[in-house]
Structure formats: structure tokens, C-alpha cells
Design a protein around this ligand. Structure first.
Ligand code: A3P
Length: 283
């Protein structure tokens, strides 16, 4: 992280996408890429996983040799980049860069269940790790104690929420659940924030119907489509070599209901209420 903070030089037209792990970064990356590059017939996301198209700064700067080449991915302007770092941990250079940030938040119980599945899959890739699954009780305990990668969760989300209130023209705060509930409206909001006005010239086929363009962005970014692509079924991440398939599990809302006991859910709900009270944010 120190290398990212000290070495990364943002450009004012960079677009950092930010999220706590397992809140839907993959979806956000695909949506932003497809909004900005819809006119490209050759949709790169059919050949590359969203994380390889939108470089994760945390990972690029963690690699033994910083892979600067990945940062450009052929784009000289409007680079989409991603980080899990909390706002308070970003360097002054990034915070003062004038960049537009897009943050995606998610219900903490769904995030935790998603993270639990993800870590139980990736520990199995490491032969030195125990083969038994990490218990959900332990995951809930870690979450409530604030001990998670890039955590604590609440401070992370509140940091971006407050910044979005202070600078709404520079920080857009989205929620996974709202994207699921009203995807067209949310995509229009995202596109307008990114300065992309859908018009006749946006659609490669010349279709001037804004509705059709929004539907095309959503379809190209959809869970069902991405999950079935060969690259996401059988590919592995460029850095870290995590199988891409692990980033596409269920893609639903309230899956926590199938994994958390009522006591676990109640404990997290109480903490959420406590941590978010009085700031106008509900998750
Ligand atoms: P679930 O484990 O609940 O299914 P991240 O991308 O931040 O790692 O988050 C992963 C979560 O986003 C997983 O949630 C994954 O299935 C979901 N996801 C990935 N791609 C998605 C998409 N295109 N649409 C909706 N959800 C998606």
C-alpha cells in the first residue's frame, strides 16, 4: 500500500472506482467500461475479465514489480482504475487530483456472506492452508470487531459517503441493492456523472433510443452474461492467479438469509444502526 500511496501519480481525468471487497466491484467495472466504451464493437469484456480491464491499484502496487504497464491498458485519457482503500488512506495526490470517484456500497450482511464464500474458495488454492472451511461464526466475529481486509467496514463506507455529500460533483455514491432494484435509472445516473450523454452517436448500430442504449450497457455488464463467458469460466486473474469464476457467485440481494442465523443478523443490524446513525445513510 505504501508504494501505491507514494508512487502512483493520478491524472485529473482518471476515474477511480472504489469499494469495500465483495460489494460488487466487478459489476461496477463492467458498467463503467460499457458506458464509456459502448461504441466499441469489439467488446473487450468478452475476452478479459473486468479486473484485467480496470486495473486494481492495490494489487498492481502489491506485485513484486509494480506493473505500470497495466495501469494504462491502452487508454491515455479517462482511465478507469479501482481501489479497495478507504478514502482516508488515499494519498493527498489522489484526493486532490480533481478525479471523479464512483463508490459502490452494499448491505453488510450480503457483503460478509459473499466474502465468506470467496475466502473459503481461495484458501483451498493454497495447499499450506487448512482444508476445513472457515466457520461463519468466526466471520461474523471478525466483521463485528472490524478485522477484515480493508476494514473496518463502516468507517470505510462512511468515508466515501461523507465525501460524496461534500463533493457530489466529484464523488458518486451508489448502492448494489439500488442497482439491482432500478438498474436503468442507476445506469443513467452513473452515465450522466461520467459525462456520457447517450445519443445516436453512442450506439454503434445507430439506434437513437436512449432506452436501447441503457439496456445494451446493462446486458453487456450483466451477471448472467459475464458469468457464462469463457474468460470468466476458465481464466485466472493476471495478478494473483485467482480463478475468475470466483468473482461470479450468485449476484443477488438478501442471500444472507440463507447463511446467517437470526442472532447473527440481529447482531450485525444493531451494529449497522449504531455506526450509521444520524448520517442519512442506510445499508
Ligand atoms: P455474491 O457473492 O453475493 O454473489 P466484488 O466484485 O466486489 O468482488 O463482489 C463480488 C460480488 O458481486 C459477488 O456477490 C458476485 O457474484 C457479484 N457480482 C459479480 N459480477 C456481478 C454482476 N455483473 N452483476 C451483479 N453482481 C455481480
Amino acid at each position: 500500500m505504501a508504494a501505491f500511496r507514494s508512487e502512483f501519480q493520478p491524472r485529473s481525468d482518471d476515474i477511480p472506482l472504489t469499494s469495500f471487497p465483495k460489494t460488487g466491484a466487478t459489476w461496477l467495472m463492467a458498467l463503467c467500461h460499457n458506458i464509456l466504451h459502448l461504441e466499441e464493437d469489439d467488446n473487450i469484456l468478452t475476452k478479459m475479465k473486468p479486473h484485467d480491464v480496470v486495473p486494481a491499484l492495490d494489487v498492481v502496487y502489491l506485485a513484486d514489480q509494480v506493473q505500470h504497464a497495466l495501469l494504462d491498458s491502452g487508454r491515455t485519457t479517462g482511465r478507469l482504475l479501482h481501489t479497495h482503500l478507504p478514502y482516508s488512506c488515499l494519498s493527498e495526490a489522489v484526493r486532490n487530483s480533481g478525479c471523479k470517484f464512483v463508490h459502490l456500497a452494499r448491505n453488510p450482511k450480503d457483503m460478509l456472506v459473499s466474502m465468506w464464500h470467496f475466502y473459503n474458495k481461495i484458501v483451498k488454492l493454497n495447499p499450506t492452508m487448512p482444508s476445513a472451511s472457515f466457520p461463519m461464526e468466526g466471520a461474523v466475529e471478525s466483521f463485528c470487531s472490524g478485522v477484515l481486509p480493508f476494514g473496518p467496514f463502516y468507517e470505510h463506507v462512511v468515508g466515501y459517503w461523507e465525501e460524496s455529500k461534500k463533493r457530489p460533483d466529484k464523488v458518486l455514491f451508489l448502492k448494489y441493492e439500488e442497482l439491482r432494484r432500478d438498474p436503468k435509472e442507476q445506469v443513467r445516473k452513473l452515465a450522466s456523472f461520467l459525462g456520457k450523454l447517450f445519443s445516436t452517436t453512442t450506439a454503434a448500430d445507430g439506434d437513437d433510443d436512449d432506452e436501447v442504449v441503457v439496456e445494451k450497457v446493462l446486458w453487456r455488464s450483466s451477471f448472467g452474461r459475464l458469468k457464462e463467458l469463457e474468460v470468466n469460466k476458465n481464466g485466472v486473474l493476471e495478478i494473483g492467479k485467482v480463478p475468475n469464476v470466483h468473482f461470479f457467485r450468485k449476484g443477488t440481494v438478501r442471500d444472507w438469509n440463507n447463511y446467517l442465523t437470526p442472532q447473527m443478523a440481529e447482531r450485525i443490524d444493531q451494529l449497522t444502526q449504531l455506526k450509521l446513525q444520524g448520517i442519512g445513510l442506510s445499508l
